[in-house]
Design a protein around this ligand. Structure first.
Ligand code: ARG
Ligand code: ZN
Length: 875
């Protein structure tokens, strides 16, 4: 079935109140739902009430106290129809269903993870618990009573505030929770089990004292301190930056070890993948700490953008996700370094969203069609969705943007809203017309800007010719012209901004050119000397650029651009161009050669004390193999890309041995560990220097020393990666891998790093290693984190291993995707996106990748999730 945006219509019935009773048992949990139903005004009393279900068994059904007779209703596992609803417009429907949480391996609905009952209802998991109008525009007030044996589940949690609890017969007990805020079913949550608690509190701006709790596996409480600190900082920040206060007496977070995604924003009861809660220096890397901070903030921020204001339907997913990602980006930028954060965001967008937008799975930020909504929790909805909000802010300016947000909260609080509602508040707050801009939500594909410049010294005129195009994407062959806010700067000698007089050919405000037509010829008057032009400053728009630019200008901007993002971009473009040229040399059988001034510039950036270490680390980390492949676009031979990239790394290392070793020594951590951004930045720079140095014979021993002397996981994992990836097969690498495994074999999250490192070893042998590791005692096909670490890393982050020329990587992929699918269709579908760029491969690999996809597509009884991905990928 294909769901279509234009088919939306309000439901005939509403569910005003939802009262749930759970009698928990692993194999047979009894769920009694009492629903206060109201027929919408104007709807005929004969209209049947049709509720969603998914694999349910109905044990009882009554309306207003009377059991229904067969013939009054029709129940299948996936649907319940009340054929003759009462004549009264309001009535009470009582349903009893039975479910088996212990057998729920799809991890949607109510399931058990390490003996803890937990739920995941977004997007359509609630219908696996009871029959319901399981759609986000049905807002209901929930009261939840949970009963369980006290010894198995001393802790009983749900949404809202606790209102009652007590003992029952036979060692059972109960707790009742009430959530005063009407919410859609996807925000329902329940947790029951034996968990350790970290408690704290937060007093809001208006004086409400909120009890905070983070629940983890008993014994792991000491690993939740960083998450708690991040939560309190998030609560404070949302008050300051957006004027948003928390609204319940309690806020709870539970960490579970089997979870399909990162985390979930259930009202007052966020449930997290434990990977994004648990951390200390011994087990977590700096990247883990940064992720925890961002995801804790993200889920907390959803309380306003997602929960208080939710989505009318799932086509509007970006309304809450794009906006909330934007908010968590802003939070991290304020907590850490804005410049560094922006570069990291753009790298992520390019690595994940650009290939999606440029391949068979491309879809608009607000899709118009879906077969399986789970497959639309994508980089496009999340990351590009955030960039669209970022552009709104750029166009409106900070003040009008904030007024628009205030208006959004005021106007739509308590509602299920749409993207149109969202755009309207900004139009109303600013008086601007955003109708052309709205295409960013409706049209898929990454726009491209072709830019050339000229300078007329006599007329003192500088001209930019800018042309936009949007490439065709699946089912959208003709595109409309977009409104693209293009940040820019004219840069003169020493990096100084060049002033100019009148501008014609486009609206230019606050350093932004507003591109609205196919072609603009933008003339800047009063420009005596030819400036270098810095484009898409701050990454003002998620576009690609084709710029005719002198190499000298690129080098100049890489050294002098005052916009730190663009300065990073200039150097990154130089590296990318060099790598693409090297790729062609490798294919032509020639050894790649690199300009000395490029390798020297790398050295100067590394040593430039005016730049933050984290920034220098980002500058020195070469474009990834997949990034290079994306920029080349077709005829991809991953082995040749690998060779080109290795050659550049080696050239940089050779040209900078002394400089890098000196820096490496000086950056050594002194004093106790701190996860703060500045310390993390120093470690990042030092570890990337290690990566370069270890390429040279004289640096080979450094990695072993670094590994042995590491006093935190960031350094240990970095050194182990260098050993395993650069010196695979060496005795040192084998020893380090074995030592790490022996030390952490009982720590699943740390073993994930080990699986990742091993799955990432470049070259043709890794497919065999990975296949063998599926039998490792710490591995499990049922656990999403394990699957993503081992199989996901191999298939989406190991270009030479996965794309082995004989197709063995793809065969392994087909087998494992199908095996994972038997339990967990959602995780399998996500894995399967690893082949989305198959058409850009060289013909031999392309044919083998297609065979692998066809093998999956030809499998009988495929889940809707996997079938959707594979069929779109092949289309
Ligand atoms: N709303 C969650 C978040 O981004 C993600 C939930 C994803 N669930 C799913 N079934 N795909 O914070
Ligand atoms: Zn989210």
């Amino acid at each position: 079935h294909v769901f279509k945006l234009e088919d939306y219509r309000p439901s005939d019935y509403l569910i005003l109140q939802t009262s749930l009773v759970f009698r928990l048992s692993p194999e047979a949990t009894c769920v009694i739902a009492t629903l206060t139903i109201e027929r919408r005004e104007g709807v005929a009393a004969s209209a049947p009430l049709v509720l969603d279900g998914d694999g349910l068994t109905l044990l009882g059904i009554a309306i207003d106290g009377r059991d229904l007779q067969p013939g009054d209703y029709a129940a299948t596992p996936d649907e319940l129809a009340v054929l003759k609803p009462p004549a009264a417009s309001r009535f009470e429907l009582v349903l009893e269903t039975e479910i088996a949480p212990a057998r729920n391996e799809a991890l949607m609905g109510l399931y058990r993870s390490s003996n803890v009952y937990c739920t995941q209802c977004e997007a359509e998991g609630f219908r696996r618990i009871t029959y319901f109008l399981d759609r986000p525009d049905i807002l209901s007030i929930y009261t939840v009573r949970i009963e369980a044996p006290h010894n198995e589940a001393p802790l009983l949690l749900s949404n809202g505030n606790p209102v009652d609890s007590g003992a029952l017969a036979d060692g059972w007990h109960y707790a009742v929770w009430h959530d005063p805020f009407p919410k859609p079913s996807y925000l329902f949550a329940l947790v029951a089990g034996a968990l350790g608690k970290v408690a704290d509190s937060f007093t809001t701006l208006s004086g409400r004292k909120v009890e905070l709790g983070i629940y983890v596996e008993p014994g792991k409480e000491r690993l939740a301190g960083y998450a708690m600190d991040a939560l309190k900082r998030s609560m404070k920040w949302d008050e300051e930056a957006f004027g948003r206060e928390y609204d319940l007496d309690v806020f709870n977070i539970v960490a579970v070890s089997d979870f399909n995604m990162g985390a979930m924003e259930n009202k007052g009861l966020n449930i997290f993948n434990d990977k994004y809660v648990l951390a200390n220096e011994e087990t977590a890397t700096d990247a883990d700490f940064a992720n925890i901070e961002a995801i804790i903030a993200h889920e907390y921020f959803h309380n306003w953008t997602g929960n208080r204001i939710t989505c009318r339907d799932w086509f509007q997913l970006c309304l809450k996700e794009g906006l909330t990602v934007y908010r968590d980006h802003e939070f991290s930028a304020d907590q850490r370094s804005r410049a560094v954060k922006r570069i990291a965001e753009v790298r992520t967008l390019r690595a994940h969203q650009f290939p999606e937008d440029q391949g068979p799975l491309a879809h608009p930020v607000r899709p118009r069609r879906y077969r399986e909504i789970n497959n639309f929790y994508t980089a496009t909805v999340y990351e590009k969705g955030s960039e669209v909000v970022h552009m709104i802010r750029t166009i409106l300016g900070a003040e009008a943007f904030r007024s628009g947000m205030d208006l959004y909260f005021e106007r739509h609080d308590g509602e299920a809203a749409t993207i149109e509602d969202f755009l309207k508040v900004f139009e109303d707050a600013s008086g601007r017309d955003l109708s052309q801009f709205a295409l960013w939500y409706h049209q898929a594909g990454t726009p491209n800007l072709t830019v050339s410049s000229s300078h007329n010294a006599r007329a003192k005129e500088f001209t930019l010719e800018i042309e936009q195009s949007v490439p065709p994407t699946p089912s959208e062959s003709r595109k409309r012209l977009m409104h693209i806010p293009l940040g820019f700067g004219l840069v003169g000698a020493g990096g100084k901004p060049v002033s100019y007089g009148d501008v014609e050919g486009a609206t230019v405000e606050d350093g932004v050119i507003h591109i609205r037509k196919r072609r603009h010829v933008v003339r800047f008057t009063g420009v005596a000397e030819r400036p270098a032009v810095s484009l898409n400053r701050g990454f003002s728009a998620p576009v690609t650029l084709s710029v005719e630019q002198k190499t000298d200008d690129q080098f100049f901007l890489a050294g002098h651009d005052s916009d730190s993002f663009s300065r990073w971009q200039a150097f990154n473009t130089l590296l990318t161009d060099a790598l693409i040229a090297a790729f062609r040399q490798v294919l032509g059988g020639k050894p790649p050669a690199f300009a000395q001034r490029l390798t020297e510039l790398a050295g100067r950036i590394a040593a430039d004390e005016t730049l933050e270490p984290a920034y220098r680390a980002l500058a020195l980390s070469l474009p990834g193999e997949a990034d290079i492949a994306r920029d080349i676009g077709k005829g991809i031979d991953p082995d040749a890309i690998f060779a080109a990239r290795e050659a550049l790394a080696l050239a940089i290392a050779r040209a900078n041995w002394e400089n890098f070793t000196g820096l490496y020594e000086r950056l050594a951590d002194k004093g106790p560990f701190s996860p703060d951004a500045a310390s993390a930045g120093r470690r990042a720079l030092r570890n990337i220097l290690l990566d370069y140095l270890a390429l040279l014979p004289e640096g080979a021993a450094l990695a072993t020393t670094h590994f042995r002397s590491a006093s935190n996981m960031t350094d240990r994992a970095a050194a182990l990666t260098v050993l395993a990836h650069r010196h695979a097969g060496s005795a040192e690498a084998q020893q380090a891998l074995a030592g790490f495994e022996a030390k952490y074999r009982n720590d699943a999250l740390v073993m994930d790093k080990w699986f990742q490192i091993r799955a990432g070893v470049p070259g043709s042998k890794t497919v065999e290693t990975v296949r063998a590791l599926t039998g490792h005692p710490a591995f499990s096909m049922a656990n999403p984190n394990r699957v993503r670490s081992l199989i996901g890393t191999f298939s989406s982050a190991n270009q030479t291993g996965f794309h082995r020329a004989d197709g063995e990587g793809y065969r392994f992929f087909t087998e494992t995707v199908l095996e994972v699918e038997k339990r967990n269709p959602q995780v399998a579908a996500r894995l399967a996106t690893a082949l989305r760029s198959w058409r850009s491969l060289e013909p031999g690999r392309q044919a083998k990748a297609r065979e692998a996809l066809l093998a999956i597509a030809g499998t009988e009884k495929l889940s809707a999730d996997l079938r959707d991905i594979v069929e779109r990928t092949l289309a």
